[in-house]
Design a protein around this ligand. Sequence first.
Ligand code: FES
Length: 154
Amino acid sequence: MLTVTVNGVERDAPRGERSLLSYLRFDLGLTGTKYGCGEGLCGACTVLVDGQPLRSCMTTVGAVAGGSVTTIEGVSSGNTLESLHPVQRAFVQEQAMQCGYCIPGFVMSTIGLLNREAHPSVGQIREALAEHMCRCGTYQRIEQAVERAARGDE
Ligand code: FES
């Protein structure tokens, strides 16, 4: 057995070619990480591994053994607006979602971006989120939410 730390808890994980997305959703019940395309193209399955965004559909569990995985369930301390991660709160405040299916992936990539660059330019935001797809088309509000999170507005 391999071990992987998920949202701060060390877990046993299977060897082999099992995808990280499948492991998170079906073994651990962390369904906030979404299945979209399954081909690394849409970003819905994005999680953080050691603080940086990764497509969990294209990553085996073994590839992250010994690492620290954070899913959308691991970024807030509760369900109230005040207990959300500042990036989640900014997405709510900017109403940057319609159906919401893609939003966990956008949030995780935004947290990864702000981990690398506290005050990203518009170009850096667009580059970081370029390979995320939102079928509702809320890209402008998503960009505003990222800018709001970077400013630290409450
Ligand atoms: Fe992984 Fe689309 S489901 S990138």
